[in-house]
Write a protein that binds this ligand. Structure first.
Ligand code: PAF
Length: 280
């Protein structure tokens, strides 16, 4: 696996790969890699000829300075894991390489970045879109692989690709879970053993909520989820929303315009966890 740290070197290397007729798959990450990321690499490997990953903790997508400071940085083990998963190249730029001057681009995603994560993390998705656009311009992949755990991020990146007419296929990959159901996330490492033990409750509540779909209305399921979280005082529920999976607008009926997805964000101690479940 090739390790590159500059944009010039990355472009030069990938131009050679592209001119050799190979398709490029891309997995953008912020490092602290877990099985979820490695599954993206393996999926990319199955459908493209050459897999590039990036490791970059993007400062402009953190609206909480403590979260940025505490974000785990594990370059050495990340490189080893990528190699083992069959990744061909990893791009690991510095902040100066990515932002020689501040990038002040403002995207208009309509309501997509105003709800749920966007409401509680102002500016977050603009920061994500800026860095992903830059990474796409540097790597120029044929396909990019993103996890469904960050469902809203996935929707926004898909929108950005359409808005900018980028010739990149976005491949949505299923959330990878621990055996007890907890969605894999780099943030899980920051949970205390007690918090880690209770964390799977999030997925358990979501699964029960899906089972209620047959007998209860959208409003009733939403209220039920809020009440369930109250039974676990370790959690501070930030939001639970049932939205149309295509538009992210609040779902009004189970069989309305599009499929319904339930999205949740909750603090467990100081760690903010997100998850989602499809109601279709
Ligand atoms: O999901 C992430 O890890 C990040 O938001 C991403 C897409 C790599 C952009 O920094």
């Amino acid at each position: 696996m090739i390790i590159v740290r500059t944009i010039a070197e990355t472009k030069q290397h990938l131009n050679v790969i592209r001119s050799g007729g190979k398709t490029i798959g891309f997995v953008p990450t912020m490092g602290a890699l877990h099985e979820g990321h490695l599954t993206l690499i393996r999926t990319a490997k199955e459908s493209t000829d050459y897999v590039a990953a990036s490791i970059f903790v993007n400062p402009i997508q953190f609206n909480n300075p403590e979260d940025l400071m505490k974000y785990p940085r594990e370059e050495e083990s990340d490189i080893r894991k990528l190699k083992e998963a069959g990744c061909d190249m990893v791009f690991i730029p510095t902040v100066e390489e990515m932002y020689p001057v501040p990038d002040t681009t403002v995207f208009d995603f309509g309501h997509l970045d105003k709800v749920m994560e966007g409401k509680f993390r102002p500016g977050h998705f603009n920061g994500v879109a800026i860095v992903v656009k830059k990474l796409f311009e540097i790597i120029e992949p044929h396909q990019a692989f993103l996890g469904e755990k960050d469902f809203q991020q996935l929707t926004i990146i898909q929108r950005m690709v359409s808005l900018l007419h980028l010739p990149i296929k976005i491949v949505a990959c299923e959330t990878i879970r621990e055996t007890d159901g907890l969605a894999m996330s780099s943030r899980n490492k920051r949970l205390t053993p007690q918090e880690r033990a209770i964390a799977p409750v999030i997925h358990q509540i979501l699964e029960k909520a899906v089972r209620l779909r047959r007998s209860r209305s959208i409003r009733q399921v939403k209220d039920w989820v809020y009440r369930e979280f109250q039974k676990f005082p370790a959690f501070t529920l930030e939001y639970f929303e049932l939205v149309d999976a295509n538009t992210l607008l609040p779902a009004e009926k189970w069989n309305g315009n599009g499929p319904v997805i339930g999205c949740v964000a909750a603090y467990l101690g100081k760690v903010r966890l997100i998850d989602n479940i499809k109601f279709f």
